[in-house]
Design a protein around this ligand. Structure first.
Ligand SMILES: [Zn+2]
Length: 80
């Protein structure tokens, strides 16, 4: 049970809330060399823990949410 941010109606209990992103900003994510590592080379004869691991998360430019509101299913369907 919550109040929709767009139509200001109180929705019935157990109604799914939808989150609508209203504003985003560009964000530079840093490289994370120790996150999501994969064995390289992928030689299966060598035990997994003995293989050299390289990080796959190189970071880069993305988007960060600035403003997000909770809306009812009807309002969520109307907005793309
Ligand atoms: Zn609504």
């Amino acid at each position: 049970m919550f109040r929709c941010a767009l139509c200001a109606e109180v929705v019935p209990p157990r109604t799914a809330a939808h989150r609508l992103v209203l504003e985003v900003r560009p964000h530079l994510y840093p490289q994370r060399p120790h996150a999501q590592t994969v064995p390289n080379p992928p030689d299966r004869r060598i035990p997994r823990r003995k293989r050299r691991h390289v990080g796959t998360d190189v970071g880069g430019l993305g988007q960060a949410i600035v403003r997000e509101v909770q809306v009812c299913p009807a309002c969520a369907a109307r907005r793309p």
